[in-house]
Design a protein around this ligand. Structure first.
Ligand code: SF4
Length: 384
């Protein structure tokens, strides 16, 4: 499989009154076209900060200090690639919600309570796909069934042709601000709403024509999360990032949303990055998995390989702490506490809790290295 996005040595810090929190410590990972990558680890280990650094939406007092985020534009040609860290903010605004979309844990915070569901899905399309919408409106105006009277039709055709060429031109922006001239956008909105109905129908929501007219307070938690997914999918992203997207849902709805994400990955989107602390969700949904601890990526492998042959001591301890039906006696736990990232331990950040540590572990940060086919781990010792 070819690369879709690659993080190289990302360092992100948060500058607080307590001191600088070293949230990401040279994190490198690759997500391939057509894959679903799970990022797991305890709360506060840097999973969400990794996704936010990838999208360049780390908020104050956080700052991405260094590293590269390489986005591969052509799956058949690795040379066609851009570094998102070098792009302007305008480029990133266009990219977010368009090529890369993100869904969060709390759908209530993501939805606007005073806009209908259809308008919210359509908004994303109106923002990112203006030219596509203009093309659809022009097709409609040019069709023999169009009932618009001749002079108005001519006028609309010329406005939409201009908008198709340059939707952000000063003249059109000015027209959109003046109330009596705003009418030209009405057809675009109508097209965008049609598109919302199509997307909502694709997600298997019954009566999409009626659902688009509802407001968030009319919907259940699972339905709201589906609408958030619909918004994220409005522009056919190549990567969908789901940040603990099912954590707040009950188990049956969680299973439905995960099934939906699996289906969408096969049909609609190229790749998924699933951020979760639930190893079961990763085992069921992902092809590859990365394990994070205290701002470091410890191990990356194919899901089956990681669950059957974990190599990093932290991954082993994490898997050992998951209850099993066959297990007798007490559950294993990891001794000690997660380190304070203002003053993280030197060398391997897991060394104060690691039963396999050696002298070098407290001195040198282990690099991710190949330990098997498609399997990497960052450990000086790598116990058998
Ligand atoms: Fe343990 Fe050392 Fe490996 Fe870190 S590098 S996980 S301390 S053995």
């Amino acid at each position: 499989m070819s690369k879709l996005i690659e993080l190289v040595d990302i360092v992100t810090n948060f500058y607080t009154y307590e001191g600088s929190v070293k949230a990401l410590n040279r994190v490198s990972l690759t997500i391939e076209h057509g894959s679903s990558f799970g990022l797991v680890g305890e709360s506060g280990c840097g999973k969400s900060v990794t996704a936010r650094s990838m999208m360049r939406i780390v908020q104050e007092p956080g700052r991405i200090e260094s590293g590269n985020v390489l986005l591969y534009l052509d799956e058949h040609d690795e040379k066609k690639m851009i570094d998102l860290m070098q792009q302007s903010e305008a480029y990133m605004v266009d990219l977010r919600g368009n090529k890369i979309s993100m869904i969060f844990q709390e759908p209530n915070a993501a939805l606007n309570p005073i806009m209908s569901v259809g308008e919210q899905v359509a908004e994303s399309f109106l923002f990112h796909q203006k030219q596509e919408l203009c093309k659809k409106v022009l097709d409609d105006l040019n069709s023999p069934n169009c009932k618009t009277i001749y002079p108005l039709k001519k006028l609309l055709q010329s406005v939409y042709r201009a908008a198709e060429k340059n939707p952000d031109s000063f003249g059109l922006k000015l027209m959109s601000k003046i109330p009596v001239l705003k009418w030209w956008r009405r057809r675009m909105k109508r097209e965008a709403l049609k598109h919302s109905v199509e997307i909502i129908a694709k997600l298997g929501i019954p009566n999409p024509d009626e659902v688009v007219k509802l407001y968030p307070h009319n919907l259940s938690g699972g339905m709201k999360q589906r609408i958030v997914i619909a918004i994220a999918l409005a522009c056919n992203p190549v990567l969908l990032i789901a940040d603990e997207a099912t954590s707040n849902l009950d188990v049956t709805i969680q299973a439905q949303i995960l099934e939906l994400l699996r289906e969408l990955k096969q049909k609609e989107i190229s790749s998924v990055l699933l951020i979760t602390h639930d190893l079961g969700v990763v085992a069921e949904t992902c092809d590859r998995v990365g394990v994070m601890y205290a701002g470091n990526l410890c191990e990356v492998a194919d899901v089956k390989d990681l669950f059957s042959h974990p190599r990093h001591p932290y991954t082993r301890a994490l898997l050992g702490s998951v209850p099993k039906l066959s297990q007798e006696g007490e559950l294993q736990s990891i001794e000690g506490n997660v380190p304070n990232l203002v003053t993280p331990p030197p060398g391997c950040r897991f060394h104060p809790r690691c039963p396999y540590r050696k002298g070098i572990c407290s001195v040198e940060l282990p690099e991710l290295r190949k330990v098997g086919k498609n399997h990497q781990a960052a450990c000086h010792v790598l116990p058998e």
